[in-house]
Design a protein around this ligand. Structure first.
Ligand code: FMN
Length: 169
């Protein structure tokens, strides 16, 4: 029987092998902007158009996000590792919006230069252990013409490159 610590470490090592696109969740509440870096974003359904993200209840955005209910999921591009770093603790919460081209739509802060912006209305919150699974309906989107995501894998940032597929005969 392996110890809980070892099981946790094995889980961590397994998850290092999962590549995920880096996003920043942002919202405004009581006149202040909040944002954190997340990779836990998953499209959920087309009817209604919905998306989920898992947010640690200890994070600075947790309470304002749930109280406000309106937020943006900003899908970062490959050149935005500095923004990811800033929103994952590299800068204090009140200075995170100092880098990047942040704008506002209907009171929701969003990163203009992101690959995509998904403006969401929170629909359900499912609490599990340390995290909330935030389910949102997508009210509006904006996206850039290019596809150039910032990837996080093996504890580091990475880039994608298309595979040259062999043509079937
Ligand atoms: C690449 C990356 C992905 C992350 N994904 C998540 C996530 O999905 N959910 C989450 O709650 N925290 C995630 N984090 C951690 C938060 O970004 C980090 O704890 C942040 O500092 C929390 O904000 P706070 O310091 O304002 O509380 C991630 C961090 C990194 C670097």
């Amino acid at each position: 029987m392996i110890s809980q610590d070892l099981r946790t470490e094995h889980f961590r090592q397994s998850m290092r092998r999962v590549a995920s696109t880096v996003c920043v969740i942002s919202c405004r509440h009581d006149g202040c902007r909040y944002g954190i870096t997340v990779t836990s974003v998953t499209p959920l359904s087309f009817a209604p158009i919905s998306i989920l993200a898992c947010v640690n209840r200890n994070s600075s955005i947790s309470v304002p996000l749930k109280e406000e209910g309106r937020y943006c999921i900003n899908v970062l591009r490959a050149s935005q590792a500095d923004i990811s770093h800033s929103f994952s603790g590299g800068r204090p919460a009140e200075r995170r919006f100092d880098i990047g081209e942040w704008s506002e739509k209907d009171g929701i802060p969003y990163l203009q230069s992101a690959q995509a912006n998904l403006f969401c209305q929170m629909d359900q919150v499912v609490s599990y252990a340390t995290h909330d699974i935030i389910i949102g309906q997508v009210a509006a989107v904006a996206f850039a013409p290019d596809v150039d995501p910032l990837i996080y894998q093996n504890g580091a940032y990475a880039l994608t490159s298309p595979m040259a597929l062999k043509k079937a005969c």
